[in-house]
Design a binder for this molecule. Structure first.
Ligand code: ADP
Ligand code: MG
Length: 695
């Protein structure tokens, strides 16, 4: 408008500091929330909504319930307890009455919460000299008298992530003030016809719905639109990455010579499972095609991935190429080395090992044989990635427990060949929807069936009242020559006073069972010490191995038939499943015992009832949500803030369809009508800059 201030017009990339109502101080605080630009502010979305109709009046917050309430602070203070703990407490009032809230060990809240504020609190109500809530969460809704006694005025109140010096209320005010202006600057990249077919709201409407919903359904509708965009961008990137990774190798396609591969199949002492057959067919198809293989082999421990990987390696070797097999720990590499050596004996082929702990001279000799091509199959740790390691003709790279390596590490090994085929292995099955999100750039083979001839694993949930009997059982089995794992969630009691810890357990078992050898491993031991203890256990020198979750990966001891897990409620289901995979590796029956303090929770009963890793992965996903799983699994660059799996699986499928169609027609998104899509993907994913580089 003519005559208004000379201030430059706000753009989405304008630093927030230049927005009205935000000075240097607030800009600094916003930065702590990851909000730097106007765009970030627009996209600083509520992390939850409070539906006023679900709030409980303070007087009706009953002992034993989990409730959300709103009230004004009428008194507060810090009280010491006899044990030296300092407790912050505040008394809230609403029209119905009063409720005391306590925050043990958080006296510093005295600086944040003041009389007159309106607080939202949610958490369990218990009885301690009266009704008392120990809030899991609190939000300062209003600061004092000026705001009146404001219960949320609208029916649905958005709650924003806040930070010190910048309350939820201030953030809400800032967003309210700038919302329409910023929405006007946003462009909807989704082509209109597709938006209509997908029946999703327009972007401006979606943003209004999430920031200022008229109902929780309205907020959800907005969220779904944003979730779609997010999944769609991810799929665009993954599908593009997949096309690039599969680019033609210059003229080389392996051919199934039926030389080593056939000999190998005939030399196996058992039949391959149907799943193994199928995976082999898929891999052979990839390897004999002129495009590069870029495949993930997913299967629970014990489903026979190694044999399948070995077949692929032999296919490369019979074509006069070399194969490299990388695993994350020395112990795993040794195990693979021993397994391969046995399986390859009939073929008079010897795998070579490359490990950090070899002497410099040994390593130099291995490097020489790799460079000359004399070594055809090498198994190694990260040591394979070193600069001095070069291959004469690397045709296949296999990476075990692939998620334990970073993107760069995988790329470094692959880069040692001209354009080697790539086979990644993982013993962490995930549901299909999640696999498409995380691994959409890979083809996937799955092994579900377990080979016959393995003992079963029985899982039982027991109450800690039965601890004596359980321990007695374990001792008896150990005396018969079996071995046991005892798993605890923490290393030392000082970490969490309410949890039993590995070090204490080790001492108590060693004292209780002088006739047995008890060892201890945990993540704070040096890698060599840890490997040394695990080796002793594997060699049968220890009967019992007390451990934290470090044993999740990499130890294969067929004689270990028992696992006792303390505080199993502290672990995710997928993690429990990984732990349980350490037993049941021999022919004997194995026992996994989950020791709980109270009644057995349903989730653990469900876990005990199934051995199917894919089923457990679904339960785990439903339990934990997707963001958490991605965070745990994938360090590099995925951002999933709005989408939820499995709920949004339908959106994911449609996002993938649309992305496939668009990339097929315009692989590098160069067409004019795709510019906005490309810009958005690149803004969201720095990695996309490389992928969609023109030319
Ligand atoms: P994973 O790597 O998937 O955990 P492995 O490849 O180590 O599984 O196989 C587990 C065990 O099962 C190994 O001892 C292997 O020799 C054996 N095995 C693999 N395939 C079969 C099969 N088809 N029949 C019987 N035993 C098998
Ligand atoms: Mg394995």
């Amino acid at each position: 408008m003519a005559g208004r201030s000379a201030r430059a017009a706000v753009r989405l990339d304008t630093p927030v500091q230049f927005l009205k109502g935000i000075g240097e101080r607030r800009a600094e605080a916003l930065e702590r929330l990851g909000v730097r630009t106007a765009r970030d502010l627009l996209w600083h979305l509520p992390h939850r909504y409070i539906d006023a109709s679900t709030l409980t009046p303070l007087a009706r917050a009953d002992v034993g319930q989990e409730v959300a309430c709103v009230g004004r602070v009428v008194a507060k203070g810090v009280l010491p307890t006899r044990r030296g703990l300092r407790i912050f407490h505040a008394v809230l009032r609403d029209d119905s009455g009063l409720l005391e809230c306590v925050w043990p060990g958080q006296p510093f809240l005295d600086r944040t919460i003041v009389v007159g504020q309106t607080l939202l609190v949610s958490g369990p109500v218990r009885f301690y000299h009266g009704r008392q809530m120990a809030p899991r969460e609190f939000v300062i809704l209003a600061d004092g008298d000026a705001d009146g006694d404001s219960l949320p005025t609208g029916k649905v109140l958005p709650v924003y992530p806040a930070t010190e010096g910048l309350s939820h209320k201030i953030i809400r005010g800032l967003i309210e003030r700038h919302l329409e202006g910023l929405i006007a600057l946003s462009e909807d990249a989704l082509p209109e016809p597709d938006r209509q077919t997908l029946d999703l709201p327009k972007l401006p409407d979606a943003l209004r719905s999430v920031h200022r919903p008229t109902s929780t359904e309205d907020a959800e509708r907005g969220r779904r639109r944003l979730a779609f965009d997010e999944l769609f961008d991810l799929q665009l990137m993954l599908i593009r990455a997949r096309t690039l990774a599969k680019r033609h190798r210059s003229g080389v396609a392996f051919s199934l010579k039926r030389d080593l591969t056939t000999q190998f199949k005939e030399s196996l002492p058992w039949q391959l499972t149907a799943d193994q057959h199928r995976a082999l067919r898929e891999i052979t198809g990839d390897m004999t095609a002129s495009e590069r293989m870029h495949r993930l082999l997913m299967g629970d421990v014990g489903t026979g991935k190694t044999v399948v990987a070995l077949f692929a390696m032999l296919l490369a070797i019979e074509n006069d190429f070399q194969a490299a097999f990388m695993a994350p720990t020395e112990l795993l590499v040794e195990q693979h080395g021993a397994t391969l050596e046995k399986l390859l004996e009939p073929l008079s082929l010897r795998p070579e090992l490359l490990l950090g702990r070899q002497t410099a001279a040994e390593k130099a000799a291995v490097r020489k044989r790799l460079a000359s091509g004399q070594t055809r199959l090498v198994v190694g740790t990260h040591a394979l990635l070193q600069e001095g390691v070069a291959f004469r003709r690397l045709g296949l790279v296999v990476i075990d427990e692939q998620h334990r390596f970073g993107v760069e590490q995988r790329a470094a090994l692959i880069g040692k060949g001209a354009a080697p085929d790539v086979l990644l292995l993982t013993a962490t099955p995930i549901p299909r929807s999640l696999a498409l999100t995380l691994y959409g750039d890979l083809d996937i083979s799955t092994l579900k069936e377990r080979p016959p001839g393995r003992g079963t694993v029985r899982t039982a949930v027991r109450n800690s009242g039965q601890r004596e009997r359980v321990l007695e059982f374990i001792r008896g089995e150990c005396e018969k020559g079996r071995q046991a794992y005892v798993v605890l969630p923490v290393i030392e009691e000082t970490e969490r006073a309410d949890l039993r810890a590995a070090t204490t357990m080790m001492q108590s078992l060693a004292a209780r069972w002088p006739e047995l050898q008890v060892g201890l491993v945990h993540g704070r031991l040096k890698a060599e010490e840890r490997d040394a203890v695990m080796r002793r256990f594997r060699n049968g020198e220890l009967h019992v191995l007390v451990a934290t979750t470090v044993i999740e990966v990499g130890i294969d001891v067929p004689n270990a038939t028992m696992m006792l897990i303390e505080h199993p409620d502290r672990f995710g289901l997928a993690q429990l499943h990984q732990l349980r995979g350490r037993i049941g590796r021999g022919a004997e029956e194995s026992y996994c015992i989950l020791l709980v303090d109270g009644p057995a929770p349903d989730r653990l009963q469900g876990f005990a009832a199934t051995q199917d890793g894919f089923r457990i992965a679904e339960l785990d996903l439903a339990e934990r949500g997707m963001g958490d799983l991605i965070g745990a699994r994938q360090s590099g660059g995925f951002e999933v803030r709005h989408a939820r799996l499995p709920e949004d699986a339908d959106l994911l499928g449609r996002a993938r369809e649309l992305a496939t169609r668009i990339i097929a027609a315009d692989p590098a998104l160069q067409r004019r009508e795709n510019q906005r899509l490309r810009e958005r993907a690149v803004t969201r994913y720095p990695r996309a800059v490389e992928l969609f580089r023109v030319g």
